[in-house]
Design a protein around this ligand. Structure first.
Ligand SMILES: Nc1ncnc2c1ncn2[C@@H]1O[C@H](COP(=O)(O)OP(=O)(O)OP(=O)(O)O)[C@@H](O)[C@H]1O
Length: 297
């Protein structure tokens, strides 16, 4: 898929303090791009600049190669960090209203809102004021608000925070469907396991600079350690004195080890077989949490 949104050398300071420095990354159509970084890393500021809520000091945000216009941004779906639905208004009423603000007729907005709220498990609560809903259900309503006008691009700031596991699954399904229909989806999250499960591409930011970006599987490969897991039917304490082996963790018959450069994994496997049954032996890929810790160091 080709990249449709380019964040290109964006910098921003607040009161003379740089918060984003030359931030560049791309979001491709039809792909879910996870945006991760520690608290204060600059995710929300970047998303606000993409949406034009905040101006960059320098750099550009390009949509299909051209600077983003108001008209194009109007066709984006945005879930801001500060949320922003009205507590005193009914859920249905405001989703319909937001749909109309994005150019839908009232009838079309109502039709889409009904479908979306049903899908998100809020069908029966649609007539209630937002403030009467639990926080998780308010969050579902926020997702509906970002999606009602069938946006051409989705920018979602922490769309999963506060959702129970079932609601996460529903929102994940809805977002995946949008991505599958070609929509680029950029979302931030602190739930790294969820990001790992969900995203095709990753952008990792720390201290206002991009530390890693690109295809998730390729990033995992490029940060792969020479790490293996061995599970045997016998004691594995002999590994500790095997040349080139560093034991990362071990619990009797199972061990995770790092192999030094040049150490032969097949020789090690034969040595394990000489000592008894081997249940499994293979390389271990780093988790996103491990990559994250490594790249933000
Ligand atoms: N309007 C503002 N005025 C001054 N400083 C700001 C403003 N907005 C953001 N900042 C600062 O910019 C930095 C980046 O904040 P930002 O909200 O973009 O981080 P984030 O990655 O979204 O963090 P979190 O995960 O905590 O939401 C922080 O140090 C924050 O205090």
């Amino acid at each position: 898929m080709t990249s449709v949104l380019h964040v290109d050398g964006v910098s921003r300071a607040f009161d003379g303090r740089p918060v984003l420095s030359e931030v560049s990354f791309q979001v491709a159509g039809g792909r879910m791009t996870g945006f991760v970084g520690a608290n204060g890393a600059g995710k929300t500021t970047t998303m606000r600049i993409i949406l034009g809520v905040l101006a960059a000091d320098s750099g550009d945000v390009l949509w299909r190669g051209k600077p983003l216009s108001r008209e194009v941004r109007q066709r984006f779906g945005y879930m801001p960090e500060e949320r922003g639905l009205y507590p005193k208004m009914s859920v249905m009423e405001q989703i319909v209203y937001l749909g109309q603000l994005h150019g839908l007729s009232r009838a079309s907005a109502a039709g889409k809102a009904t479908k979306l709220l049903d899908r998100l498990g809020l069908g029966e609560r649609a007539g209630e004021k937002l403030e009467k809903l639990s926080l998780g259900n308010q969050q579902r309503a926020q997702v509906a608000a970002a999606l009602v006008h069938d946006p051409e691009m989705l920018v979602l700031d922490e769309p999963f925070s506060g959702l129970d596991p079932l609601a996460v699954d529903v929102v994940v399904d809805v977002l995946r469907e949008r991505a599958a229909s070609g929509v680029p989806v950029l979302f931030s999250s602190h739930q790294l396991e969820l990001v790992e499960r969900l995203c095709d591409d990753l952008v990792i930011i720390a201290g206002g600079t991009i530390r890693a970006a690109g295809d998730r599987a390729r990033l995992r490969e490029s940060y792969a350690l020479p790490r293996f897991q061995l599970h045997t039917g016998a004691d594995v304490s002999w590994l500790a004195s095997w040349p080139g082996v560093t034991v990362v963790e071990s619990d009797g018959t199972r061990a995770v080890i790092d192999l030094a450069d040049g150490a032969d994994d097949q020789k090690l496997l034969r040595a394990a077989l000489d000592r008894g049954a081997v249940r499994s032996f293979g390389p271990v890929s780093p988790t996103l949490a491990e990559i994250f810790r490594e790249v933000i160091r």
